[in-house]
Structures are given as structure tokens and as C-alpha cells.
Design a protein around this ligand. Structure first.
Ligand code: FES
Length: 187
């Protein structure tokens, strides 16, 4: 049989209920405040990344380095001045930094300068990694023989679509790789 509820027990239950309710409210308020503080910081970072990868010369991007720093194939950070010393216009230089594609090829243009795009190495047929063959000026896929010209356009199937491009930002003597298609496709 259920014991009779005394006035004291009833008051105690009421008190505990209110205490938990207030604690619940306080927890909710703290969480809401935290989200409120964090969200603007995250969205500011995301919008700066978006802005500065597309328009690196924008005045808001003066100190902002978008993307990830490119390294050579041995994992050493690429320094622009060293890279361009003796670089021949038209050459393609393998760099790493992004997860996908793991390797991209920088394009050296007249100047010499580093182009604002790099050529991805994922074959558009079935995803093997293509290799740059400087003597042929082509990217060649080892899996089923697709070939691409020095801008990544298909010259031999079975691939039908060109190689993907990455955005390159050259800043503070660094090469920054951004995993997005450049604003202007040079092809
Ligand atoms: S995956 Fe490159 S040709 Fe098939």
C-alpha cells in the first residue's frame, strides 16, 4: 500500500522539482549562449575562406591564407621563390596537400609565374591516378590508357571528361591549394 504523503514530503518534492527545473533552464541558457558565440566565429571563418579563395586580393584577405599549404612530393613546404628559380614556362610541378586529389600539378606560365589553377590527377574514367609525362606533354592513365593534354583535356579515351582543376593562391611566398574549381576555367 502506498504510504500517505505528508506535507513535508510534498514540499520537499516540490523544492527538488523546482531545483531541477532551474538547473535545466540554466544549462539550456549556457548552451544557447555558447552556440550563439561560436556560430558567428565559424561562419566568419567559412565566409573568409570562401571570399579569399575566390578573391585573394580582396582587402579583407590581406592576412588570410586560404586552403592548405602545398608541399613537394616529399612533404616539404613549397617556397615560391625557390620553386620559380630556374622553372621553365610550360612545366608542370607535382605538389601535395589536399586529401583528394592527393597530387595536383602546378602550371608554370610565362614570367615565370604559377598559374591560379592546378591540374588534378584523378582520371575521369574510373578514378585511377594519372601521371605527367613531360616528354609527351601529356597526363597518362596507367589503368586503361586514357590520355590528357597539358591542360587536362582528353586526347584519348576511354575517359570523356577533362581532368579536374584546383584553385591555387600564391601568397606570402607560399602556394595554397584550395579544393574548388577556379573561377575561370582556362580551357
Ligand atoms: S581509370 Fe583511367 S583510363 Fe580507366
Amino acid at each position: 500500500m502506498k504510504p500517505p504523503t505528508t506535507t513535508a514530503t510534498f514540499c520537499l518534492n516540490q523544492f527538488n522539482g523546482r531545483r531541477y527545473f532551474l538547473r535545466y533552464l540554466a544549462g539550456g541558457a549556457i548552451a544557447a549562449l555558447s552556440v550563439g558565440y561560436l556560430r558567428p566565429a565559424q561562419s566568419l571563418e567559412a565566409s573568409l575562406e570562401e571570399l579569399c579563395s575566390a578573391f585573394p586580393l580582396n582587402s579583407r584577405c590581406k592576412d588570410y591564407l586560404p586552403g592548405v599549404q602545398a608541399t613537394d612530393v616529399k612533404g616539404q613546404p613549397v617556397a615560391v621563390d625557390q620553386l620559380l628559380t630556374g622553372a621553365q614556362p610550360g612545366s608542370r610541378i607535382a605538389v601535395k596537400g589536399l586529401a583528394d586529389p592527393a597530387i595536383g600539378y602546378l602550371v608554370v606560365t610565362d614570367g615565370p609565374k604559377i598559374a591560379e589553377y592546378a591540374i588534378g590527377t584523378t582520371c575521369t574514367h574510373l578514378g585511377c591516378t594519372v601521371a605527367w609525362k613531360p616528354e609527351q606533354k601529356r597526363f597518362v592513365c596507367p589503368c586503361h590508357g586514357s590520355q590528357y593534354d597539358d591542360q587536362g583535356r582528353v586526347v584519348q579515351g576511354p575517359a570523356r571528361r577533362p581532368l579536374g582543376l584546383l584553385t591555387v593562391v600564391v601568397k606570402q611566398n607560399q602556394v595554397r591549394l584550395v579544393s574548388r574549381t577556379p573561377a575561370i576555367d582556362p580551357r
